[in-house]
Design a protein around this ligand. Structure first.
Ligand SMILES: [Zn+2]
Length: 571
């Protein structure tokens, strides 16, 4: 009551001082007005603006500066000068694994450049030591890193236990592999998880041995790593809030205000719900229960409650996986891999996660639940299977709207695109592979298929509104780098993979904002700068629609604003 009265008074006085003749109604007085830089609205009806007014966490007005200040600037209004920087709608994460952020927020990052410092063994060790010093990690406590990629080490010189022992002899250390399927352990960690010269390498596992000995040399992968994976520390109930906040800050730093938990297991959902109830959420989080845990999650969370936020957490729909990954040669194709199977199989096309009739039933189950569906599909045969399952679920009736998104959709065939258009299925692409895996895809699938990976240009030209994603933490949360990859399709080696599938910066921006909002059925409340939508904003140091396309990746997130409140400011 009192605050309302004061705001009214301030509004009246404000108008008096600025010479208005009628007092400004409190409902018209903005909390803040942004001016002094480019405002990119991602709204085709009004693509640019001079000023944006915010009130009560929502956008009050967007447009020319003079009328907005006249109608909405009161005594209590804060005028924010962008100082030449660019204001845009914040990014919407179209697919990532939010739950992983809870743990990686407490780990050091050793991705290879440009995503991180891990250019060689020395740089990784230095990053690790700096992390241990800064965090003042006590002796004996486990130190974890993520993002190690041995493929990019100069001269093939690999990280080993001796490198880690020298730097941190008093702590168990695990440097996680970028694939999430393994890691390099130091001597204390090898001992802690019971690896020794006597440990036999399990089938489909990797234990790298020190040359000339049987001693584990650090890198443990695949099935051999599973015991470590299972024993990795999880947050205690007391840590859940802090860890959730730290994870969400990784998204906020990247300019994201909606994060996806893209394959939610029952136990993870419980963590998220406990943290939510304790007020942990800084941004919005949308969980997609994984098909393996569907019954359990539905039993505890009736479907009638899905699709609505409760303290910034929403259950968005169901996630199904239909195949594996093309770089791991587990994606399912109609034609063989040129390099055979991961186990040396000949005439290998990969394998589906489940047979067609199982997928049919599962997809129909989700259709009958009347909730959105995400389906992981990479190879063209997996996409064929999904289309069949979709037809099975629909049984000839395509009238009811149904929100379906294919996740990755990397090896979509030209002839499959019209089906996506007809069925209104949204492809979510993964253009970062044009940078990270150009060489692997060309080797495994041939130049023509590799050049057509994540064909955003053709999808958009056909009338689809695709999204684009990082799949964090498989790739880093870097929306500008992702946008750069969609616009340029430049590979790590420096070539251009499929130049005719490049899209414009504005299209790339839409795939991370307004089109991503549609994926969550939230286009009415977010994804562009329009009056009435949430004041979820990001301030960038440069305008991605104006810089040279190759410079998009160098644009910095300066500030992230969630419902009118600054949640991240660049140091
Ligand atoms: Zn994923």
């Amino acid at each position: 009551m009192k605050a309302g009265f004061l705001a009214t008074l301030a509004g009246v006085i404000g108008m008096g001082l600025t010479g208005g003749c009628t007092p400004m109604k409190p409902a018209d007085q903005a909390d803040s007005i942004f001016v002094g830089g480019d405002i990119v609205t991602v709204n085709d009806a009004q693509p640019a603006a001079e000023a944006l007014a915010v009130k009560d966490g929502k956008i009050l007005a967007v447009g020319a500066r003079a009328p907005i200040e006249k109608s909405h600037k009161g005594a209590a209004t804060q005028v924010v000068d962008l100082g030449g920087k660019t204001l845009m709608p914040s990014f919407i994460d179209a697919h990532s694994h939010y739950i992983q952020s809870l743990t990686v927020a407490n780990q050091c990052k050793v991705y290879a450049p440009p995503a991180g410092p891990g250019k060689d063994v020395e740089a990784i060790v230095a990053a690790l030591k700096q992390f241990a010093d800064e965090k003042k990690v006590p002796k004996g406590e486990l130190i974890q890193c993520y993002g190690y990629d041995e493929n990019v080490m100069p001269d093939g010189r690999q990280l080993n236990r001796d490198d880690l022992d020298k730097a941190l002899p008093d702590n168990p250390v695990i440097v996680g592999h970028v694939s999430m399927h393994g890691g390099v352990l130091n001597s204390m960690a090898l001992k802690k998880y019971d690896y020794s010269a006597k440990t036999k390498t399990p089938p489909a596992g990797v234990i790298v041995r020190k040359p000339g000995t049987n001693e584990p040399y650090g890198l443990i992968m695949e099935t051999a790593y599973l015991p470590v994976f299972a024993a990795l520390p999880k947050p205690t109930h007391e840590q859940e809030v802090d860890w959730s906040r730290a994870g969400q800050m990784l998204y906020a730093e990247a300019g994201i205000t909606l994060a996806q938990e893209g394959a939610t297991h029952a136990a993870d959902l419980e963590v998220m719900q406990r943290a939510t109830a304790a007020g942990a959420n800084i941004i919005d989080v949308v969980a997609y229960p994984f098909f393996t845990d569907l019954e359990k999650i539905v039993a505890a969370n009736p479907v009638t409650g899905w699709g609505k936020y409760d303290k910034h957490l929403k259950i968005g729909g169901v996630k199904i996986t239909a195949d594996g990954s093309p770089q791991g040669r587990t994606a399912y194709f109609t034609t063989p891999y040129l390099t055979g199977g991961p186990g040396g199989e000949k005439n290998w096309r990969g394998e589906p996660t489940m047979p067609q009739d199982t997928l049919d039933k599962l997809v129909k189950q989700v259709y009958d639940m009347n909730v959105p569906l995400l389906v992981h599909t990479n190879g063209d045969a997996a996409i064929d299977m999904l289309l069949k399952a979709y037809e099975f679920a629909r049984a000839g009736d395509f009238s009811k709207p149904w929100n379906v998104t294919t996740i990755h959709t990397q090896f979509l065939r030209t002839d499959q695109i019209p089906k996506f258009v007809q069925y209104k299925i949204r492809p979510s692409f993964y253009t970062l592979h044009t940078f990270y895996f150009a060489a692997a895809h060309t080797k495994n699938r041939g130049a023509a298929q590799a050049a057509y990976v994540s064909p955003m240009r053709d999808a958009i030209d056909a009338g689809l509104r695709p999204t684009n994603h990082t799949d964090f933490y498989v790739a880093p949360l870097d929306q500008m780098f992702m946008m750069w990859s969609a616009v340029n399709r430049v590979s790590r080696e420096g070539g251009v993979l499929g130049p005719d599938q490049r899209i414009t910066p504005l299209e790339a921006l839409k795939s991370q904002t307004i089109w991503a909002a549609e994926q969550y059925d939230e286009q009415a409340s977010r994804g562009s700068l329009e009056a009435g939508k949430l004041a979820d904003l990001v301030i960038l140091d440069k305008n991605p629609l104006k810089v040279e396309p190759m410079a998009i990746k160098d644009i910095k997130v300066m500030e992230t604003i969630k419902e009118g409140r600054t949640i991240y400011r660049a140091p």
